[in-house]
Design a protein around this ligand. Sequence first.
Ligand code: GRG
Length: 300
Amino acid sequence: MVAAVRTEFDFAAYLSAARQSVELALDESLGIEQPNSLSEAMRYSLLAGGKRLRPILCLAACQLAGGTITAAMPTAVAIEMIHTMSLIHDDLPAMDNDDLRRGRPTNHKVYGEATAILAGDALLTRAFELVALRSPEVPAECLLKVIGELSLASGAQGLVGGQIVDLESEGKEVDLNTLEYIHLHKTGALLSASVIAGGLIGGANDELLKALSTYARGIGLAFQIIDDILDVTASSDILGKTAGKDLIADKTTYPKLLGLEASRERADQLVTQAKQGLAPWEDRATPLLALADYITGRDR
Ligand code: GRG
């Protein structure tokens, strides 16, 4: 009798290959358009590196559901465009007023505020164009659902809603509910939409969509709790973030509200639950399980 051979999953190789294909697709998604200044500003931020977590989650969820990388790639690229747009606008003087992003001058520092706003607007609208008009392999009915998910995740019930509550909370002590609202909307919404959109394109049934949604919510929140922990522990560098850089006094964090130990436990619990939900899909869920550990720094 021949025993089934379970091949070891090489996450580093998986991540590197996924990133490479996403980078290529991102590069190809923007032509040299007129006016040139707008095109340059869009490319500057879209191709500025970054971990590409959202597109990779989208591709992995699509594959878990039984779909192909090619079918999901336009949506994966669209999601990174929405993410990039939100970073460009977040960095503006009217919002976080940041000079640096991913180790380079922010978009408005290089191109000026007006162009940065417009580059963000153009990336956001291009994202929806990609899904609606450049996903030939995906049935229109499915694309409509994907567009719905991305709209909800971007707007007042998603990123924009999280951002406004965050801005309004500046300098104030907020409670756990408000903190969680901010994180679930600013970060969780697009991470969830990435996984759900991938699942939809791959043909996931309701049971899988529900598990994917729980998975994404858990890792999204855990990602933020760990980010908060790093802000106060200054002990390591995780996911490219320099730890301990801002012990910002007026910012409410999980460790401030719950204490360090309880925050760590909460993050751990969320990741464990997120992963458990995908257990019925066994080996097919391996990339998403490994991504959960990577995103929440549990793989090091
Ligand atoms: C989307 C219509 C629309 C408007 C945007 C400005 C704004 C409204 C929202 C701000 C959202 C924001 C900046 C959320 C932070 C999300 C976050 C965790 C960013 C860091 O994500 P990583 O670690 O970054 O994946 P990289 O650089 O790796 O891509």
